[in-house]
Design a protein around this ligand. Structure first.
Ligand code: ZN
Length: 421
């Protein structure tokens, strides 16, 4: 047991310490909640049965029978008051409490619906949609968030038209695959499959490269390890679209460098309406040391072929969402292959968007997350690019576009300085 773990013994219970400090040859395998590992865990068998439930006395119906749906139970409490219970795929789990269900009624009526969570609390502002494409976030006056109970209660007008109620707008694997197919029609974009998820969905790679050299210096992009983090997915899409677009920076960048992107690491979790984990019941962004999961392993194995060929990594980005926009960067004293690039990149974003307030929180590189594995493998600067849950989607796109342009500008300035390979 390490020195820091021994020190912990003084302060914490023996069980916690034994679990938190359990080590393998590769180091600490569980540092989140006690007992956390990335070995495959069973999913809760009652988490999310696909079903449509009707209340015969009132003619109100609810269903989770669609991609990314999540509703564990639905029943009438009394009068016009109903409850939807929502369970995570398994626990313990960070409370990124995704829910998504359809609601309708045989007659027009106003009902109250309580969102009640097991192993979590209310987090996401409810979004409504009739078609699954156009979404409206509820106004804070249109629902009651009981922070002590961890519930939210919505007042809704329902009728025969089915109404989606969802934690965020839908951004399913199909949307990502369709988008990838569309940009892969460009002559300088190549799509391939690097592996399969637990349930056999493709883990795809997009390479943007007009150099003719598969070993050109690269920017590494990863995304959607965590299913509910839709704003991060939107940011990644815009970021990539900027690299494939017509801006002069993009044209110049593609002629010298490449982007290697894995936009959808957790397709099973996305389509299964998971809160955080993959179908192996694991937080993929804690598996970048032990690689117990097929999705992380596939991406890392593919990137290691670049490492073996001596490809230079210019920057690493991993797209996520949290309560507000924040760039989780690396501590400034950590030596990297391009000193100071992060600072110049962030300043460049502000040059493009002077009113946008950049929030940066640097960290060390010890934890087993994607950003740190890229650093340990390639010695590159990197960021966990967090988009706020409620950041207006137009701003998400503006910042992602500015991030891409600024990064291209800074890399192009390095032309003489950076070693080619
Ligand atoms: Zn995340």
């Amino acid at each position: 047991m390490s020195k820091s773990c021994n020190r912990l013994l003084i302060f914490a219970g023996i069980l916690f310490v034994l679990q938190a400090c359990k080590t393998t040859d590769t180091g600490i395998i569980s540092y989140d909640p006690p007992g956390r590992t990335t070995l495959t865990q069973p999913l809760d068998p009652h988490q999310n049965h696909a079903r449509t439930i009707g209340v015969s006395e009132t003619g109100v119906w609810a269903s989770n029978e669609f991609v990314a749906g999540r509703m564990s139970d639905f029943y009438r409490v009394d009068g016009d008051f109903y409850r939807v219970t929502i369970r995570p795929e398994n626990a313990p789990i960070n409370w990124s409490s995704w829910y998504s269900f359809k609601l309708w009624s045989e007659t027009e009526q106003t009902i109250q619906v309580e969102l009640a969570y097991e192993n979590g609390f209310h987090r996401y502002i409810p979004k409504l949609s009739v078609d699954g494409y156009n979404w409206t976030a509820l106004d804070t006056t249109e629902f009651v968030h009981d922070r002590d109970a961890g519930t939210a209660t919505l007042t809704l007008d329902v009728g025969p038209e089915k109404l989606f109620v969802s934690a965020q707008e839908h951004f399913t694997s199909d949307r990502v695959y369709t988008w990838a197919d569309s940009i892969a029609t460009l002559p300088y974009v190549e799509q391939s499959v690097v592996g399969q998820s637990h349930l056999g969905r493709d883990i795809i790679k997009l390479v943007v490269n007009a150099t003719g050299n598969p070993d050109a210096p690269m920017i590494i992009v990863t995304g959607r390890q965590h299913p509910p983090e839709v704003p991060g997915a939107l940011g990644l899409e815009t970021f990539m679209n900027t690299f494939t677009g017509d801006e002069p920076e993009a044209v110049a960048f593609r002629a010298r460098y490449q982007v290697v992107a894995y936009p959808l690491l957790n397709p099973d979790g996305v389509d299964g309406g998971h809160w955080r984990h993959n179908f192996g019941g694991v937080d993929l962004n804690r598996d970048w040391r032990d690689f117990n999961q097929p999705e992380t392993r596939a991406v890392a194995d593919d990137l290691l072929t670049y490492k073996e060929r001596g490809v230079f990594a210019l920057y690493g980005l991993d797209f996520h969402s949290t309560i507000h926009d924040v760039f989780y960067t690396m501590n400034k004293d950590i030596p990297t292959n391009i000193p100071g690039l992060t600072d110049r990149w962030l300043e460049g974003i502000n040059t493009i968007l002077p009113d946008y307030e950049i929030r940066e929180e640097p960290f060390g590189v010890a934890s087993p997350v994607a950003k740190n594995w890229k650093y340990h493998t390639f010695n590159n600067n990197g960021v966990t690019y967090e988009v706020g849950d409620n950041t207006p989607r137009e701003l998400v796109r503006d910042v992602a576009r500015a991030s891409a342009i600024s990064l291209m500008r800074e890399v192009l300035k390095l032309e003489q300085a950076a070693p080619g390979n």
